[in-house]
Design a protein around this ligand. Structure first.
Ligand SMILES: Nc1ncnc2c1ncn2[C@@H]1O[C@H](COP(=O)(O)OP(=O)(O)OP(=O)(O)O)[C@@H](O)[C@H]1O
Ligand SMILES: [Mg+2]
Length: 408
């Protein structure tokens, strides 16, 4: 039993006990109503002024307030105005004293918690600072142009209300048109509502910090999952279907991702979540002389994006999904090399291997589906993501049955 459930049961029992005692002592319902009004009212007021970090904060506040009112009524004597055996002033004093003690404890716990979080936050300069009403309690990771933090509402520090705050670097902000592009993409992404797409709440600026606030996802990135090895074939096909459905939803709202890659996918117990729609930097050929991290990974980039095609469409995401599918199924990158430039040249020039050469259990139809998605010429790919979803779904039963190895 965790601490929260323990508290919940404790406060629930206290509440019931207080009610039973009141009925026994007061013997009338009017008195009960007055007592509940005073005790619970003071309890809820104290909770709203200084909320506790627990989800059951309101229950504990009312239980404690009610107990205080009951005890106050019993021990502070019979004086002042009363109604149905309830003496207002003693009950009020009792509720106030007990609620104040609880608030002092909540405040003490909060300060202790901030100390602990600060100690574990490490050297990251922005950690523990405030962005709007959120305190950035943990540094989650950094990409090429931003740092991501876990933020919690400062009033409660409740982790169940966490958000992710992505703070863009000064370098990113120097790119021409960056802020306008982020705002435009965020406005588009806010229209996306899909179980496999990370929700974006807002994009804003505070002093010199430019950031977006989004749903916080607890899980493992597909990148770290793949470092442990390839997936089972049915698991891989299920994941590809979820990803294709998320991308199809975005495309139907006019949003192209442009940077589909394992770092932008988080796996959770409820399914995958795709993030960073449209936030990729514009990839021009001039960037490609730099190595890996400087331009982001080129392992999933379609030839037309590498060649600087300005009119990208949903088929660029289809190529990236195919390249990822290749890796999820085989455990090997579609094209690899020591330098980013070697990888991009292969995307443009080299014919891909058949995934069945690496893992013969992959069915011919599944391999053909992947190969079609990673066609060099986008006209040779599926016409849109809906077609990919449809194809993958028809393949599913076949993917589950083990296919015959090549040449048998
Ligand atoms: N909403 C979120 N919830 C939880 N973790 C997140 C969220 N958004 C990003 N992250 C994590 O933060 C880290 C940095 O993400 P970020 O998008 O800045 O970089 P990236 O995707 O690795 O690279 P790039 O800069 O090319 O996008 C990643 O490990 C990512 O998994
Ligand atoms: Mg990212």
């Amino acid at each position: 039993m965790n601490r929260e459930t323990f508290h919940l049961i404790g406060y629930g029992a206290l509440f019931v006990l207080a009610l039973v005692l009141m009925i026994m002592v007061l013997g009338n319902l009017l008195g009960l109503a007055v007592m509940v009004g005073i005790g619970c009212g003071i309890g809820l007021l104290s909770e709203s002024i200084y909320p506790s970090p627990f989800n059951n904060g309101r229950l504990s506040a009312t239980a404690i307030g009610l107990t205080g009112a009951l005890v106050g009524n019993a021990i502070f004597g019979k004086w002042g105005p009363s109604l149905a055996h309830v003496y207002f002033i003693p009950a009020l004093i009792g509720a106030l004293i007990v609620s104040a003690i609880l608030r002092a404890k909540v405040r003490y716990d909060r300060l202790r918690r901030i100390e602990d979080l600060t100690a574990s936050a490490g050297e990251e300069p922005l950690a523990m600072s405030m962005v709007e009403q959120y305190r950035l309690i943990r540094f989650v990771g950094a990409g090429g142009f931003a740092k991501v933090f876990q933020g919690v509402p400062d009033r409660t520090l409740r982790e169940s209300d966490s958000v992710a705050v992505k703070v863009f670097s000064d370098g990113a902000m120097e790119q021409a048109d960056f802020v306008a592009r982020i705002d435009r993409e965020v406005a588009l992404c806010q229209k996306l509502e899909h179980p496999n797409i990370v929700r974006i709440y807002k994009s804003a600026q505070q002093n010199k910090l430019r950031y977006i606030i989004m749903e916080f996802i607890k899980g493992e990135t597909l990148r770290s999952r793949l470092q442990k090895g390839r997936m089972d074939i049915p698991e891989a096909v299920n994941l590809l279907i979820e990803l294709a459905e998320a991308l199809a939803h975005a495309h139907s709202h006019g949003v192209i991702h442009r940077d589909v890659k394992p770092d932008n996918i988080i796996l959770t117990a409820q399914g995958c979540k795709v993030m960073d729609f449209g936030l990729a930097r514009q990839a021009g050929t001039s960037d490609l002389t730099q190595t890996g991290s400087a331009i982001g990974t080129p392992h999933y980039m379609p030839p037309e994006q590498i060649l600087g095609e300005k009119q990208l469409d949903g088929r660029c995401d289809q190529y990236a999904l195919g390249a990822m599918g290749f890796e999820i199924l085989t455990g090997e990158k579609l094209f690899d090399g020591d330098e980013a430039i070697h990888v991009v040249i292969k995307h443009v020039q080299d014919e891909p291997r058949n995934p069945r050469e690496i893992r013969p259990q992959i069915s011919e139809a599944l391999a053909n589906c992947i190969l079609k998605m990673i066609s060099k010429d986008r006209d040779d790919r599926f016409p849109d993501m809906d077609a990919v979803v449809k194809e993958l779904k028809t393949l599913k039963p076949e993917a589950i049955a083990l296919a015959r190895p090549i040449g048998t």
